[in-house]
Structure formats: structure tokens, C-alpha cells
Design a protein around this ligand. Structure first.
Ligand SMILES: [Zn+2]
Length: 258
């Protein structure tokens, strides 16, 4: 937001009037990214395309210098063209200086299609709602550093054992550091977040219960049943009224083993 508000206007204002070489634009772009990296807002190996993608689409929503300059140049060009018939000065400006070549689009490569960087996104795309999946980028109010860590975890950038074995060649064993069973995958971190036997017993259960607790509590509201005031007090084993009965963490007898 600071870059959009304070830095880019300084670049935007003279664009189209002062000619900037591609080299200067590139240098400025790199300087901005370097600054963000130094302050922990971008991982040095993180995907650049995603940085400039809108937040609704799973990007970081940064405006690029190139895009800023291009937009201004185009708008001046359009204005001069529309006024040239009635304004002598602009007509002159148009015939003279307006050989501004349209700059090519930024690296608009689809990061979703990148074999490793987009792997996580493609998996979500198959089963999930992308708008809700990326809502944390719009409404999460996370610090740039936290955001960067999460984004990095979705790319094959975190030094998982498989990445260290297959790409960096700093290790021989790609297997998980906890269970020593499956490989710690490089693309996306599926094994760590949902496949490790060592974590299944407590960490995954805790995560499951936290999510289930939210559903459980909101169902209490819907059916007008009292629930503990604070969520950290747990949901309560059995809560009921004449409309509904809620059980938490119960074994249910079924005909067949589930
Ligand atoms: Zn494991």
C-alpha cells in the first residue's frame, strides 16, 4: 500500500513526458523487490509473477513500475489523440513526441501453470473455492512477513528434505524428518500438512478440532442452545434442547466399521 501510495505516484507523474529507458524501469523494479526482500516481505526464491497478481487471484497485489509507466503513457497518448483536432499544441506534441512505443506486458506468464510453483494452486482449483481460499490475502490483515511465509510454503521454496535431496543435492535422504517414512515433498508441502504419521496423533487432531469447534459452536447459535462463553473452554460434550442435540467427540455405533 505504501509503494502504491507514496512511491509509484512519483514515477507515474512524469511518465509519458520524460522518456525512461527499459533499463531504468527494470532497475527500479529490482530495487523495490530487493527492499521488500530485505524486510522479509518476499522470500528471495519466491515466484515473482505471483507478486504482481491481484490478491483475489492468489497474488500479493503489488503494482509494477512497468505497468504504472505503461498506463500513464497510454492515457497521455489517448488524450493527445482526442484533443489533437482542436488543440494546436497537442497536435504538435502528438506528431512529434508521440512515438512512444507501447511497452510489452509484464511477465504475464500464468504462474498457475508453472510445474512446481503452481502445484498447490492447481490442487486447490480441482476441489476448492478459489475466492474463499484466497480470502486471507484480502482480509487476513497479516503482516507482510507472515504472508510471505505462507506464500513460500505454497511454493517449492521451503527447504524440505526432498528439495534438499533432488534440487540442492545437500542431502541423500528425501524422507520426512519426523516419521522417516514418506518423502517430504518439494512441490507443496502435503506430507507435512496432512500426511505425517508423527503429526497425525495430536497436531492434525488439534487442527481438526479447532475447525470443527467453529462449526459446532455456530450450530449452537442456530438452534438456540447455550454454549460456553469462551471458545477456549471447549464446546461441551453434550448440549441439547427440544430442537436439537449436539454431541462432541463421541463414538457412534455403526453396522459396518467406518
Ligand atoms: Zn512424516
Amino acid at each position: 500500500m505504501a509503494i502504491d501510495t507514496y512511491a509509484l505516484p512519483v514515477i507515474r507523474y512524469p511518465s509519458g513526458k520524460i522518456k525512461r529507458t527499459e533499463e531504468i524501469i527494470k532497475k527500479t523494479t529490482i530495487a523495490i523487490r530487493k527492499l521488500l526482500t530485505m524486510h522479509g516481505a518476499i522470500h528471495p526464491k519466491s515466484d515473482i509473477t505471483r507478486l504482481y497478481l491481484g490478491r483475489k487471484d492468489g497474488g500479493r497485489g503489488l503494482r509494477s513500475v512497468q505497468q504504472t509507466v505503461k498506463e500513464k503513457e497510454q492515457s497521455i497518448k489517448a488524450y493527445a489523440a482526442s484533443m489533437a483536432t482542436s488543440d494546436k499544441l497537442l497536435a504538435e506534441f502528438r506528431s512529434d513526441a508521440l512515438t512512444i512505443e507501447l511497452r510489452p506486458d509484464d511477465e504475464k506468464i500464468d504462474w498457475h501453470m508453472k510445474p512446481l510453483d503452481g502445484a498447490c494452486h492447481r490442487q486447490v482449483f480441482k476441489v476448492g473455492d478459489l475466492y474463499q481460499t484466497y480470502m486471507w490475502l484480502n482480509k487476513g490483515n497479516l503482516t507482510a512477513n507472515t504472508e510471505s511465509v505462507i506464500i513460500t510454503a505454497q511454493e517449492p521454496v521451503l527447504p524440505t528434505r526432498q528439495l534438499q535431496t533432488k534440487i540442492y543435492h545437500t542431502r541423500d535422504d528425501p524422507r520426512c524428518r519426523l516419521c522417516k517414512d514418506s518423502p517430504e515433498l518439494a512441490a507443496c508441502i502435503q506430507h507435512i500438512i496432512r500426511g505425517c504419521k508423527q503429526l497425525a496423533g495430536n497436531t492434525y487432531t488439534e487442527r481438526h478440532n479447532n475447525v470443527a469447534g467453529v462449526v459446532f459452536r455456530s450450530l449452537h447459535d442456530e438452534y438456540g442452545i447455550n454454549k460456553p462463553q469462551d471458545w477456549w473452554n471447549g464446546p461441551g460434550k453434550v448440549n441439547e434442547n427440544d430442537r436439537a442435540k449436539f454431541l462432541w467427540d463421541f463414538y457412534i455405533q455403526t453396522d459396518k466399521h467406518v
